[in-house]
Design a protein around this ligand. Structure first.
Ligand code: NAD
Ligand code: UDP
Length: 311
């Protein structure tokens, strides 16, 4: 198949492009390089089945493809809050443009939605049936509400125009090729630990997250795209839940670091708890994560150590 990956030069997009190429597909990677990097995909450039398009999805484009994975959108709070109006435009206008293309060329389109549609959840763990608890006017809203509208657009193009859609709700995912400067907890803590710097826990560290390794997530994403008769939304993530404090301690142990933990103010609207209920993914896709947190963190730490050694 000919497959378009928007946001293909980003962290998850680059792993997806690599996997799809290995499966024998033709891959078009589209990116505006806001948070993505050519370094993430440079190793794919030699393949004659790989093409790179510099483009911003807030502008229309027409490409003849069979599948569209719509991943373009900054994902870390630091990056999506840098230009919040643009973040909303990317989710809203960008998704309209991608859905318009899907409709025109009759491609199947998968939207990378997020656990943030549940906001600061009052239901725990989160199932797909939960409608969420999102602040519409806070500093995370550009991302959360943008992604919620993107889901609405997906459903309406499906109901109104018969577009063949899939929606996944991704929970915190980590791994090699996360941007060093993106401020997410995994990259921050690993880099701080490797440099023996203070580990910055925001708040008292009692808030929880559940972390999924990139390879597992990409596997679930492809299964969902190729699953017939089920459009989602479906949660994809690792249900193993940790407090952020426990997570900091784990990273210190795994890296053998001499770092100590310090506390910094908790950002506004930071969700207190997050854990996916993945019963639906297990039932419909036969999917559950295979890589343990310890194994995934060791691989990620090895990647960042190599990056630091390069200077
Ligand atoms: P990332 O920031 O590494 O990747 C996003 C990519 O999209 C980057 O390459 C960026 O340059 C590109 N991009 C941003 N705006 C664009 C635009 N207007 N036009 C074209 N390209 C644009 O983030 P990621 O972690 O790889 O996330 C990928 C997708 O998965 C995002 O949609 C994100 O919301 C979703 N997601 C990720 C996680 C996670 O934990 N990693 C969790 C939930 C959802
Ligand atoms: N966090 C932290 N220290 C950091 C970066 C993040 O304690 O240096 C916390 C953050 O407040 C949140 C959790 O880690 O509670 C996950 O943050 P991240 O930005 O990775 O993702 P999200 O909040 O979107 O789940």
């Amino acid at each position: 198949m000919r497959i378009l990956v928007t946001g293909g030069a980003g962290f998850l997009g680059s792993h997806l492009c690599e996997r799809l190429l290995n499966e024998g597909h033709d891959v078009i990677c589209l990116d505006n390089f806001f948070t993505g990097s050519k370094n993430n995909i440079i190793h794919l450039m030699d393949s004659h089945r790989f093409e790179l398009v510099r483009h911003d999805i807030t502008e229309p484009i027409l490409l003849e493809v069979d599948r569209i994975y719509n991943l373009a959108c900054p994902a870390s709070p630091v990056h999506y809050q840098y230009n919040p109006v643009k973040t909303t435009k990317t989710s809203v206008m960008g998704t309209i443009n991608m859905l318009g293309m899907a409709k025109r060329v009759k491609a199947r389109i998968l939207q990378a939605s997020t656990s943030e549609v549940y906001g600061d959840p009052q239901v725990h763990p989160q199932t797909e049936a939960y409608w969420g608890n999102v602040n519409p006017i806070g500093i995370r809203s550009c991302y959360d509400e943008g992604k919620r509208v993107a889901e609405t657009l997906m459903m309406d193009y499906h109901r109104q125009n018969n577009v063949d859609i899939r929606i996944i709700r991704i929970f915190n995912t980590y791994g090699p090729r996360m941007a060093e400067n993106d401020g997410r907890v995994v990259s921050n803590f690993i880099l701080q630990a490797l440099r023996n710097e203070e580990i910055t826990v925001y708040g008292d560290g009692s808030q929880t997250r559940s972390f999924c390794y990139a390879d597992d997530l990409v596997d679930g994403m492809i299964r969902m795209m190729e699953c017939d008769g089920f459009i989602g939304p479906v949660n994809l993530g690792n249900p193993v839940e940790n407090t952020i404090l426990e997570f900091a301690e784990k990273i210190i142990t795994i890296t053998g670091s001499s770092s100590c933990i310090i506390h910094k103010p908790l950002p506004q609207d930071d969700p207190k708890q997050r854990q996916p209920d993945i019963s639906l993914a297990r039932e419909k896709l036969g999917w559950s994560p295979a890589i343990s947190l310890e194994t995934g963190l060791a691989k990620t730490a090895a990647y960042f150590a190599a990056q630091l050694a390069k200077g």
